[in-house]
Design a protein around this ligand. Structure first.
Ligand code: MF3
Ligand code: CO
Length: 280
């Protein structure tokens, strides 16, 4: 059912298919994180993701993205962004080294329905500020997820992410010009889900709405610069960045994190939030 501002609301069967897409995303995250080590290239990690897609008979949300509007088609199934790269890093010959801070963003399509998620991890030993950056970013994602509730507002999510970041004693940059998004029969749908905002404002959250929430946080600048490859976004000041993302919905019973292996059960329980998966 479609209703208001081009928002696509999903029925129960569609949500169950989106959960299958989300599980492919979760498996790719786990496999890529396990494989990443000093000496491994980002292109090799992309090949692992391609293998998992093939094994599930799933499609890529990212491969050739952009071609529809005459943009250089995205050439890989993952975005792998290292150190000062924030998002949309193109995997290739780059060799990972100990101390690298790596974000892997990945989207899968199952029977026409998308799942989208990102994780950040270190290769070998991470410097303490980098480890904390990733953890703070991950926490802000869960703060945003925790603000999703039926009858709540979109601005509640944005505000929760922003407050989570700004309440830290250290300074962090919240990347401007990039947001989370609705997701379903396309990867990017309305509404945008900003990482800053005011509570009690914006779209009302209802059953069947599915959102990709994705804070992109830096150790310095909030300004991103796109490189000549037309995709890779780096921080203006060269500071390092982290990116965490989940595809999330609210059911009558609670929250369901479609791109988490356990549907979000453990992280939600740790925060006293209701877990509300649909049974298949
Ligand atoms: N997954 C990204 C997002 O979270 C977009 C990827 S851009 C692409 O919105 F070109 F790689 F598809
Ligand atoms: Co996304």
């Amino acid at each position: 059912m479609i209703r208001g501002r081009g928002i696509e609301l999903k029925n129960r069967d569609q949500l169950l298919v989106m959960r299958r897409a989300g599980l492919v995303v979760a498996q790719v995250h786990a496999a890529v994180r396990d494989a990443a080590a000093p000496g491994v290239t980002t292109g090799e990690l992309d090949q692992i993701a391609r293998g998992i897609l093939a094994r599930h008979g799933a499609g890529s949300s990212f491969l050739n993205y952009g071609a529809d509007w005459g943009y250089p088609p995205y050439p890989a199934v993952t975005c792998i962004s290292v150190n000062e790269e924030v998002v949309h890093g193109i995997p290739g010959d780059r060799v990972l080294a100990s101390g690298d801070l790596v974000s892997v963003d990945f989207g899968a399509i199952v029977d026409g329905w998308h799942g989208d998620g990102a994780i950040t991890f270190g290769v070998g030993d991470l410097a303490e500020p980098d480890a904390r950056l990733s953890e703070v970013t991950r926490e802000s994602l869960w703060a945003g997820i925790g603000a999703v509730r039926l009858n709540g507002r979109l601005g509640d999510i944005s505000h929760a992410i922003e407050r989570s970041i700004r309440s830290r004693p250290e300074h962090y940059g919240i990347l401007k010009d990039y947001t989370g998004h609705g997701i379903g029969s396309a990867m990017h749908q309305p509404p945008d889900v900003p990482n800053t905002g005011r509570p009690g404002r914006g779209l009302r959250l209802v059953e069947g709405l599915v959102l990709a929430i994705e804070p992109m946080i830096t150790l310095g600048s909030s300004i991103g610069i796109t490189l000549d490859d037309e995709w890779t976004v780096v921080t203006q000041d060269g500071s390092r960045a982290a990116h965490w993302e989940h595809t999330v919905t609210a059911t009558k019973h609670g929250l369901w994190v479609l791109t988490a292996l356990d549907g979000g059960e453990a992280e939600l329980a740790a925060r006293g939030l209701p877990f509300g998966p649909l049974a298949d």
